[in-house]
Design a protein around this ligand. Structure first.
Ligand code: UGA
Length: 450
């Protein structure tokens, strides 16, 4: 099929590249001309494992191209994936102005009926508004549009694999034709008929994804409810971690056993600095606002958000407990991305933490394997190290703020020798307290006996 993808952020670029990977002809567009220029020149504006293989191959085989002019993308596709940002407004609501703008472009440029698929995360009922907007903006041409919601469940860092091996594909539609078109789009994924560029060994045996057809409203709700539940789960684990710390229990042992119950499941129970990124925090907020506007009490989610916001303060208290005075101290920070395997620093707990440390007068030297360029743009006032060892040099405390695998494998004896005081404050419970103490470190983490 000929598909146009509007928006080349984390979601749009992965969606466009993977749709091309499974055999469609794809044109991607973005209103940021510099991004398109970079993509056309062979660059990739984000770090997302797998894209470095998928994009050049699809381009070489002529299935993927990038256009700065959105009208070109509209003229090309039979189906459009809207993947533009829906950032939070100051009141927490999702800003839907980019979706409205895209609707206007599609409606004024399209010459024949098209399927418009919302992939951006939006509050329930956006599909209805989109449908109305398309017909209002197309009143002169009288072109008809079908609207569908197809929420994405991609995680940054594993997004290519998540797209090609989803556990479920949710499509919200209100007519059979739209569902049929979406099935055609996803057919290779449903039938697992493509050569997987990332998971070659697991492909043949993995389970096929579940296809779930819903109303458009339900599909939109599924996305917000899923992300908010993940946030809730993390905050629950963090709340229990604080209690474990007071009682001398070990949160690692507690969640391991809890997770063995299939009704609970083992993931998203890792205690630490809390959740960040451009999805969970904003989606939870927008979901709460939607509920409150609809007269439904979502205090439970507000509490989850409060617990998350307190994580940084709690961590700084821990650090202060060890350092006594923070002002003037040299502190090394390992990790700036909001989670490992991405260069994304938007709403990253690590960035929030560094700002707190600077506010307290600490001197910060940070290192991240992939996110330093993006961090520099928002945190120009700190020092950036070329390695974890350089970040640790002469530091009176070394903080782990993102659980990159690389940090697990460091030469910790070398780190200890480089530091002015061998104090590790582990915001992600990455390391073993016993092992670190045996190596001669003072070691603090969340919800585990010191
Ligand atoms: C999240 C969802 O997991 C995806 O399913 C969804 O598609 C995506 O948002 C989206 O809406 O686009 P993502 O933002 O990439 O994906 O990151 P997650 O893996 O969910 O992690 C979110 C945050 O929670 C990170 O800061 C991570 O460090 C933190 N986290 C995660 C914890 O603190 N503890 C955990 O146990 C798990």
């Amino acid at each position: 099929m000929k598909i146009s993808v509007i928006g080349t952020g984390y979601v749009g670029l992965v969606t466009g590249a993977c749709l091309a990977e499974i055999g469609h002809e794809v044109v991607c567009t973005d209103n940021d001309a510099s991004k398109i220029e970079m993509l056309e020149a062979g660059g990739i504006p984000i770090y997302e494992p797998g894209l470095e293989n998928v994009i050049p191959r699809a381009r070489k085989e002529g299935r993927l191209s990038f256009r700065a002019n959105p009208a070109d993308a509209v003229a090309f596709g039979d189906a459009f994936f809207i993947c533009v940002g829906t950032p939070p407004l100051p009141n927490g609501d999702a800003d839907l102005s980019a979706i409205d703008h895209v609707a206007r472009v599609i409606a004024t440029e399209a010459k024949s009926p098209k399927l418009v698929i919302e992939k951006s995360t939006v509050p329930a009922r956006t599909g209805q508004e989109l449908k109305r907007a398309l017909s209002v903006y197309a009143r002169k041409s009288n072109v008809k549009f079908h609207v569908a919601s197809n929420p994405e469940f991609l995680r940054e860092g594993t997004a290519v694999g998540d797209f090609l091996h989803p556990d479920r594909i949710v499509v919200g539609v209100d007519d059979e034709r739209a569902e049929r078109q979406l099935k055609d789009i996803y057919r290779p994924v449903l039938d697992r008929k493509f050569n997987c560029p990332v998971h070659t060994s697991c492909c043949p045996d993995g389970p096929a994804p579940v296809w779930q057809t819903t109303t458009i409203n339900s599909a939109e709700l599924i996305k917000h409810a899923s992300n908010s539940f993940l946030a809730l789960k993390i905050s629950y684990a963090n709340m229990v971690a604080d209690l474990a710390e007071q009682l001398g229990a070990d949160i690692g042992e507690v969640v391991r056993a809890m997770g063995m119950d299939p009704r609970i499941g083992p993931s998203f129970l890792s205690a630490g600095l809390g959740y960040g990124g451009f999805c969970l925090p904003k989606d939870l907020q927008a979901f709460v606002h939607l509920a409150e506007r609809s007269g439904v009490d979502f205090t439970m989610l507000r509490e989850a958000e409060k617990i998350n916001k307190r994580r940084i303060g709690h961590f700084v208290e821990k650090l202060r407990g060890a350092l006594w005075v923070v002002r003037g101290k040299q502190i090394g920070v390992l990790g700036l991305a909001f989670k490992p395997n991405t260069d994304d620093v938007r709403f990253a707990p690590a960035i929030d933490l560094v700002n707190h440390l600077l506010g307290e007068g600490a001197c910060v030297r940070a290192y991240d394997p992939k996110a330093m360029e993006k961090a520099r743009a928002i945190l120009p006032q700190i020092e950036y190290a070329k390695s974890a060892y350089e970040a640790a040099k002469d530091a009176e405390a070394l903080i782990i703020a993102t659980e990159w695998d690389e940090f697990r494998k460091l030469d910790w004896d070398r780190i200890r020798e480089a530091m002015a005081r061998p104090l590790i404050v582990d915001g992600r419970n990455l390391l073993s307290p016993r092992e670190m103490q045996d190596r001669g470190f003072e070691y603090r983490s969340f919800g585990r006996p010191d």
